[in-house]
Each structure stands twice: as structure tokens, then as C-alpha cells.
Write a protein that binds this ligand. Structure first.
Ligand code: ATP
Length: 592
């Protein structure tokens, strides 16, 4: 019961937003249309049961005219007006085709809406990054976000619609056929007792037993399905990881270790699927067996009254059909068990992922950012910086970065220099304190610049679009940073992130800076892969191309330190600060 409540809560949490969204008219319109068509199919099926009664009885009585009319046209007898079987088939087929088409249409629109919402939420406030840096990113169901958005979301939409429509259709079937079953069945005399509507009781007892037995055999499948999805995604990720790190693996000759890792990852997929297969086999045996037995069971118990001459052959056949419909509806849970467990696992994974995203988005930056004039200094006061697990990294950091100057940030490896830049960039939610920040464009450049897919042109103008600058300026920027030889290939779509050497990638980052001309630029070891002469040339280029730009650099190299006017040493603020080091409250000159 607890499981069911949680499942329904998750389904509601994931489903409700679409049905109250701006697309709600389509959502409800299509859903109502599908339901109307589905219920019509149940009604037509019920009508067909009467045609069946007529033509089977005509068969028994060797009445060819009524038989043919019962099949192809209509019969008007003492019980009323009965439409022919095939006449009903035409609207039934149309209803079935359009119900499927409209259901797919609803699924497609819902998927589009949900995908757009999820990808937007994933991108907003750097949720993708926050999930990656928080331990909650490892929660079951929040792993492999790409798979959640592409695969789980798709199957969730399709399966939710299918399960919901099946459930309603079964309820309507149940109510449509129960009365018929009761009325046609008549009482059964056993040992002097009369059991009214005995067909109905037989269907009920049979279905309850079948559902219970199936639940016993299949209830562990949901957890196994859940794990299978995760194992598959992890395996795929291991393969992608090899592709993304091809050179590193090749140079280390790490193939054997990688192969072993891939085998380990796949063994999870294999082992778990074996267990699923065994359980599904038993479940399949059980459900197929129950289905086979149910048809003959109905015939067997119906034959008692038939042989007693209390019902016609047509009524018996109609009863067998009604029994199978009622039993099918009552036993829906048992026959759909395997697909329901898969759906359950999809819902759980998607709901967990959605919750992790909601949580990551709701994570408030605890840093107070005070906007200042464009030409103001940047002031940090009383800043505490933490790791994602809550451990303190830097305590009570206070300093001033002067507008228009070049400042270098130094400190031993692991002090928290890059993390401080992340705080200044507003993407690190684990910090408290106050930052007075000039209201001007700022660019943060990591050690290994990110390169998007596509042309070199796109790579240079990123994060602005390719049309953001005249092409001549883009080529000039490439030439200025020493990448002029690539200008003829600027429109060529290649894997630039892998083709360019680490030093060339750093040159590319400088081309971006001189095109974008931000008010402030933060360089995190952005020349670490260049020789001293190129490094000096790029810094000189920055000064010459963007003379008003404020430059803040992280570096371990004294040659770079020497190019800056001011210096902020973070070592005194480090939590594991060396004994006796003094805390500085403002930047000091870079050179002694
Ligand atoms: N996403 C993360 N999850 C957990 N710990 C992290 C994360 N990012 C950084 N850290 C930890 O925070 C500490 C500071 O890292 P940071 O990269 O800021 O240091 P740094 O001073 O820039 O080092 P380096 O000079 O070597 O580049 C390190 O111990 C690092 O392991």
C-alpha cells in the first residue's frame, strides 16, 4: 500500500504540470478524444457479444438466414434489434486506429513539453553543474541525466498514457459486462443451494487468486528493472568515457585496464538481466497458463447449465466472452504485471531526477552580492568557502580587486583558488559572505577552455553565436593570438576540442576574450600550456587590445606573477593554513 501511495504521488508530481500548462487545451482535448474512442470500443465490443449470441444460436439451429444476417447485416427477433457482427467491426476498427493515433499525438506533445521543461530547468542556474558537484547527483535515479531526459522521459509518457487508458478501459469493460454476466449466467444449484450469478462469482474468485499469485511471483521485478536501467546507462557512459579520453588511454597503453573496466560494467548488465529473465519466465508461464485456463474454465462451468438444457449455445458463447472480458478486467493487474513494474521503475527514476533538479535549483547562493558602479573595485569581505560535503576550504576571506588593474591570485595547490573563482562567477553555492561586484560583463576562463561542437568559427565566438562579430574580426582575432594558419578552415566542422593542442586551445580562449571585450576577465592558469614568450605575448595583447579591462589571474608561475600589479595570496585564508601566516585584508603589490 505504501508503495502504491508513493507511486501515485510520483505520477501526480510528474503529470500534473503538463495538464495545467499552456498546452492544456490540447492535452485535455486529446485525452478526452482518446477516452471517448476507447469507451466506444468497449461499447461496440459489447454489441458484438449480442451478434455472437445470435449467430451461434442460429448455427446450433441450422438457421442459415439468421446466421448470415447475424454476421453481416442485422437481426430483429423477440429479444430486440441486434446489429450484425461485421457492421459493428467497421466503426470498431476506425475507433481503434484513431484512438492509437490520437494517443500517440498526445504522447508526442507531452514529451515535447516535458523535454523542453526539463532541459530548460537542467540548464537554468547551472543546475547541470550543481547536480554534478553535489553528492545528491549520485542518488539512484539522478545518475546519467542524459538517459533520464532522453529515454526515461519518453517511456514515462508513453507508458503512463497506456497504463492509464488501459485501467479506465478495464473499469468500463468491467461495469459493462458484469450486468450481462450476472443476467445471462442464471443460478447454479449445488447440494441444494442456489448460487445466483455464479459466472460472476467464478470470474471474481479466479481473478483475485490469479492476481495474488502473480504478485507473489513478480513483485521483485520493479527493483530489478530499476537497477537494469542504471547498469545499462553506466555501461554506455563507460564506452563514451573511452571515446572522450582516447588519446590519454592510448598513450598510457591503458587498453587492458579499460577492457577490464568495460567487462566489469557489462557484467552488471548481464547478471541483472539474467535474474530478470528468470523471473519473467516464471511470470510468463504463470500469466499465459492462467489465460489459457481461464477460457476453458468458463466453458467448463457454463456447460453445466447448457447440458441441463437451460441455455442456448449462443448464450453460452456470449457468456464465455463476457467471462473473459470480466476476468480480463479484474485480472488486469496480473496480466500487466511485467509492464507495470517497468513503468514503476521509470516513474521512480524520473521523479527522483526531477526532485534532485528542483533541489539543485532551490539551492540558494548564500553570498550577498552588492552591485556597484561599472568602474568600482570588486570587494570580497568575510567570505567562507566550503566543499560540497560541507567541509570548510577558505575562512573569512577579505580582499579588494582594483578596477582596471592586473591582479594575480596565488596560493599552494588545493588552497581553493579555482573554487574562489567559481564563487565570484556565481556558480558555487557553498559559500557565505559579501561580494561587492561592479555591474559589468565578466568572463571566466578555465585552464582547459571548453570547445562546443561545430565549426571553428563557433568555437571562437562562443558563448556568443557565430553572427555576433564580423567574420573579418574573428579572423583577425585568430591571427592576433597566433592561430592565423587555421583561418582558411574557420567554417570547417571538425572535432576542434580534440584537434587543437592544449596550448592552441588556450590561444583560442584569448581570441574569445579580445572579441568579447568583457569589463573583467578571470584567467585560471590560462597560459599554463604555453611557453614563456607566447605567454608574455598574449598578456601584452590583452593590454593592447583591451586597455580598460581588469585582469585577474590564477597562476603558479613567477613569470606570470611579475606581469601583474597586485597580488592576493590565499594561503592565510586556507583552513589548513600554515601556522603563523597573516591574513591580508587587501591586495598587496605583486612584486616584492
Ligand atoms: N566538485 C568538487 N567536489 C569535491 N571537492 C572539490 C570539488 N571541487 C574542488 N574540490 C576540492 O576543493 C579543493 C580546492 O580545489 P581548487 O581547484 O579550488 O584548488 P586550487 O587552489 O585551484 O588548486 P590548483 O592550484 O591545484 O589548481 C581541493 O581539495 C579539491 O579537491
Amino acid at each position: 500500500m505504501q508503495h502504491l501511495r508513493l507511486l501515485l504521488k510520483d505520477v501526480w508530481y510528474l503529470t500534473r504540470p503538463y495538464f495545467v500548462s499552456e498546452d492544456k487545451k490540447w492535452a485535455w482535448g486529446l485525452l478526452v478524444a482518446v477516452l471517448v474512442l476507447t469507451f466506444s470500443m468497449v461499447g461496440l465490443d459489447l454489441l458484438q457479444s449480442f451478434s455472437r449470441n445470435v449467430y451461434y444460436t442460429a448455427l446450433q439451429q441450422r438457421d442459415a438466414t439468421t446466421f448470415l444476417r447475424g454476421l453481416f447485416w442485422y437481426v430483429h427477433n423477440q429479444e430486440g434489434f441486434v446489429l450484425g457482427f461485421f457492421i459493428i467491426t467497421i466503426p470498431a476498427v476506425l475507433c481503434s486506429i484513431y484512438a492509437t493515433y490520437l494517443q500517440q499525438m498526445l504522447g508526442l506533445r507531452w514529451r515535447r513539453w516535458l523535454t523542453q521543461r526539463m532541459t530548460r530547468q537542467w540548464m537554468e542556474n547551472q543546475t547541470y553543474f550543481r547536480i554534478a558537484i553535489t553528492t545528491s547527483g549520485l542518488e539512484a535515479g539522478a545518475d546519467n541525466p542524459d538517459q533520464r531526459i532522453q529515454e526515461d522521459l519518453n517511456s514515462f509518457v508513453t507508458d503512463t498514457l497506456t497504463q492509464f487508458i488501459n485501467l479506465l478501459s478495464n473499469i468500463v469493460t468491467l461495469f459493462s459486462y458484469v450486468g450481462l454476466l450476472w443476467a445471462l449466467s442464471g443460478p447454479l444449484e449445488v447440494l441444494g443451494f442456489s448460487i445466483p450469478g455464479y459466472f460472476f462469482w467464478a470470474a471474481l474468485i479466479y481473478s483475485v487468486m490469479a492476481t495474488w499469485v502473480t504478485h507473489l511471483a513478480g513483485h521483485k521485478l520493479a527493483g530489478l528493472q530499476f537497477f537494469q536501467q542504471r547498469a545499462e546507462a553506466d555501461f554506455r557512459y563507460s564506452l563514451v568515457h573511452v571515446r572522450n579520453n582516447a588519446e590519454g588511454i592510448a598513450l598510457y597503453r591503458g587498453e587492458a585496464e579499460e577492457q577490464a573496466g568495460l567487462n566489469r560494467s557489462f557484467s552488471q548488465v548481464y547478471g541483472n538481466f539474467l535474474v530478470i529473465m528468470r523471473r519473467t519466465k516464471w511470470l510468463g508461464l504463470l500469466t499465459t497458463g492462467l489465460e489459457v485456463v481461464s477460457g476453458n474454465f468458463a466453458l467448463l462451468i457454463g456447460s453445466i447449465r447448457y447440458f441441463a438444457g437451460k441455455m442456448t449455445f449462443g448464450t453460452l458463447m456470449q457468456l464465455v466472452m463476457a467471462f473473459s472480458r470480466v476476468q480480463g478486467a479484474l485480472g488486469w493487474l496480473s496480466t500487466s504485471y511485467a509492464s507495470l513494474t517497468t513503468w514503476h521503475a521509470e516513474v521512480a527514476r524520473l521523479a527522483t531526477f526531477q526532485r534532485v533538479m528542483d533541489r539543485a535549483q532551490a539551492m540558494r547562493d548564500k553570498v550577498t552580492v552588492v552591485p556597484a558602479a561599472a568602474n568600482a573595485n570588486l570587494q570580497v569581505s568575510g567570505l567562507d568557502v566550503f566543499r560540497p560535503d560541507g567541509a570548510a576550504l577558505l575562512r573569512n576571506v577579505s580582499f579588494t580587486l582594483e578596477h582596471g588593474q592586473m591582479t594575480v591570485v596565488t596560493g599552494p595547490s588545493g588552497t581553493g583558488k579555482s573554487t574562489l573563482f567559481r564563487v565570484l562567477a556565481g556558480i558555487w553555492p557553498f559559500a557565505t559572505g559579501t561580494i561587492t561586484q561592479p555591474d559589468v560583463a565578466m568572463m571566466f576562463v578555465p585552464q582547459r577552455p571548453y570547445v562546443p561542437t561545430g565549426t571553428l568559427h563557433r568555437a571562437v565566438t562562443y558563448p556568443a553565436g557565430v553572427d555576433a562579430y564580423p567574420e573579418a574580426d574573428v579572423i583577425a582575432a585568430l591571427q592576433q593570438v597566433g592561430l592565423g594558419q587555421l583561418a582558411p578552415r574557420i567554417e570547417s566542422e571538425e572535432a576542434w576540442g580534440q584537434i587543437l593542442s592544449p596550448g592552441e586551445l588556450q590561444r583560442l580562449a584569448f581570441a574569445r576574450i579580445i572579441l568579447a571585450r568583457p569589463g573583467w576577465v578571470f584567467l585560471d592558469e590560462s597560459t599554463s600550456n604555453l611557453d614563456a614568450a607566447s605567454e608574455a605575448a598574449l598578456y601584452a595583447l590583452l593590454r593592447q587590445a583591451c586597455p580598460d579591462m581588469t585582469v585577474v589571474s590564477i597562476t603558479h608561475r613567477e613569470s606570470v606573477v611579475a606581469m601583474h600589479v597586485n597580488r592576493v595570496d590565499l594561503s592565510p585564508f586556507a583552513v589548513a593554513a600554515p601556522e603563523g601566516s597573516e591574513r591580508r585584508v587587501s591586495a598587496s603589490p605583486a612584486s616584492p
